[in-house]
Design a protein around this ligand. Sequence first.
Ligand code: NAP
Length: 243
Amino acid sequence: MKTLKGRWSLVTGASRGVGLHVSEGLALLGSNLILHSRTLAHTESIASKLRALGVQVFAVSGELSDQRQVDSLLDAALSQAGQIDVVYNNAAIMTPHRSAYFETPAEDYRTSFEVNVISLARICNRLVPPMIARGWGRVVNLTSGIQDQPELSAYSVSKAAVDKYVRDLAPKLAGTGVHMNLLDPGWLRTDLGGPNAPNDPSSVLPGALVPAMLNDGISGRFFRAQDYAGMTLADALEKALAK
Ligand SMILES: NC(=O)c1ccc[n+]([C@@H]2O[C@H](COP(=O)([O-])OP(=O)(O)OC[C@H]3O[C@@H](n4cnc5c(N)ncnc54)[C@H](OP(=O)(O)O)[C@@H]3O)[C@@H](O)[C@H]2O)c1
């Protein structure tokens, strides 16, 4: 499991939920980390905890609905790490539940696309070309299995856009050493998923690490973290390779 040791990973939305567990999982595999949230204070204690595992950890902040802040957080991440080898585009917002779904305001779509799609693409625009130039990189873009819920359409169509983005880019990455894949963490009891979700947030591991660990040269895959819940990482990787 040498793939991630000594690499630099950027995890957006690392302060809680999926991002927190992914960051811990990456640190345990020896990856150095750039932890993102909207406020540095949100990742302070996590950074200390992960440093104790023997990896380097820096924190950056930025509101992802503001593209200037996206640029600034990337400037800060790159000046601290030198390079980013792995990115988990994990941070996202869930728009309000609209029972009157034909009255969903345009603002829901605008904000959701700004945070969940446009920032993600901007981060990829900045980080993927250098990965290609170095011949190695992993991009894991968080998506969702949400369907048939028009009450949350501003959120769900933003995730459909992420799926399309990844699938259209995937053929261009063939042979570059850079993988870009999709990860559905499953419905989890996080702030975004709410208290009625069936799964504990910790159940994203080890599945969430699979797309960063595989060396199969394939992009555009849709990984479901819950397919690997309760497994060891080694077994999860074997299962993913067999698919
Ligand atoms: N939970 C689920 O059931 C579920 C299901 C399917 C897919 N997903 C996907 O999994 C990913 C993680 O979800 P989660 O449940 O872990 O979410 P979460 O618990 O709500 O955490 C969201 C993270 O994103 C950051 N964030 C939120 N809004 C932001 C903004 N406007 N700009 C910058 N950062 C922002 C938060 O940072 P702060 O500390 O600054 O608030 C936090 O670290 C998302 O892409 C989500 O769509 C989740």
